[in-house]
Write a protein that binds this ligand. Structure first.
Ligand SMILES: [Zn+2]
Length: 314
């Protein structure tokens, strides 16, 4: 790809940690390890609680939990990036989103720079089949996604879930994720603008690792070596709350793999800083080539099918 990263570093690696089921207890040790090894990554948060309860996510902590908030502020002061995963773990009408974004600005001194939708929240932006443009993939995905068309309404101005007009304060939003460690192989021109999804200024792709076993597989020694050889970029979209620790101890294989990676000449900065830099390497006004976008959508669908099969086999 011909990229030379700042300081002569040969590749870039970072993590975007979606905050599902995260608590101080289950992610604290992972962040201590990342900090010690010199990784500066991106942690998403939910600024407000969910008083109505949550079937799948009720164990998660939010910034309304004081010790967890202290922990997150500590991460920020040590150079980790704090990002946004929606207002909270379940759907939020506009009022709650406004309150959450205001709270985020108050706590961190500015709006979130990086965002990703969460699960089946109805205020998600351009979610469900709206992630895709390819007509065939939209038809297929619409059948398996399980939510009726029009369910996600964050970008629908007449909806109670609308916040599309507030999303412009966020710089980067994640859409498609893939199984390859080097996301530039699939989306070499990221971050990109997307005229069909105008509420957010810039878009990016990531490597998907649902939980600790997928993470360990993604960053295997062979994959690390290839990332370095290719001069690539890896942004792992994962959930550090999903079994990365047991009784406060980081999964030993994850520890070994991260130690190995940290010894390489990589650039280990948060998602926002990495995307700013990638943008600075591109000609102003460069657009996402249609062929690249088509390839991304098909690769995403292919990887999704593969992942579902693997989960069934596990
Ligand atoms: Zn989530």
């Amino acid at each position: 790809m011909g990229l030379v990263f700042p300081g002569g570093r040969r590749f870039a690696f970072t993590i975007m940690d979606d905050t599902d089921v995260a608590t101080l207890e289950n992610v604290g040790a992972v962040y201590r390890l990342l900090d010690e090894l010199g990784f500066r990554t991106t942690k998403t948060v939910w600024p407000v609680g969910c008083p109505e309860g949550s079937r799948n996510f009720s164990s998660s902590e939010t910034l309304e939990d004081a010790p967890y908030l202290d922990f997150v502020l500590g991460l920020k002061s040590r150079g980790f990036e704090i990002a946004y995963h929606g207002a909270t773990m379940e759907s939020s009408p506009r009022e709650r989103t406004e309150r959450a974004l205001a709270r985020f600005r108050e706590l961190f001194g500015g709006p979130p720079r990086v965002y990703a939708n969460h699960a089946y929240n109805q205020e998600n932006l351009y979610w469900g089949v709206e992630r895709l443009d390819d007509p065939l993939l939209r038809a297929l995905y619409g059948r398996v996604e399980g939510r009726p068309e029009g369910f996600y309404q964050g970008n629908a101005p007449t909806s109670p879930w609308w916040w599309g007009d507030l999303a412009g304060q966020i710089t980067y939003m994640r859409n498609l994720t893939f199984s390859d460690i080097n996301v530039l192989r699939i989306n070499p021109t990221m971050p990109y603008r997307d005229a069909r999804r105008p509420a957010v200024p810039w878009w990016f792709s990531a490597s998907d690792a649902e939980d600790v076993s997928a993470f360990n597989e993604l960053i295997s020694p062979a994959a690390q070596d290839r990332l370095e050889r290719e001069g690539g970029v890896c942004i792992v979209a994962t959930h550090l709350g999903k079994r990365f620790t047991e009784a406060g101890v980081v999964n030993p294989e994850t520890r070994r793999l991260l130690e190995r990676l940290a010894a390489k000449p990589g650039w280990f900065v948060p998602v926002g800083e990495l995307l700013d830099w990638l943008r600075s390497q591109r000609p102003e006004g460069a657009t996402l080539p249609p062929g690249e976008w088509r390839g991304m959508q098909w690769r995403w669908a292919w990887d999704l099918v593969k992942r579902k099969r693997q989960v069934r086999r596990r």
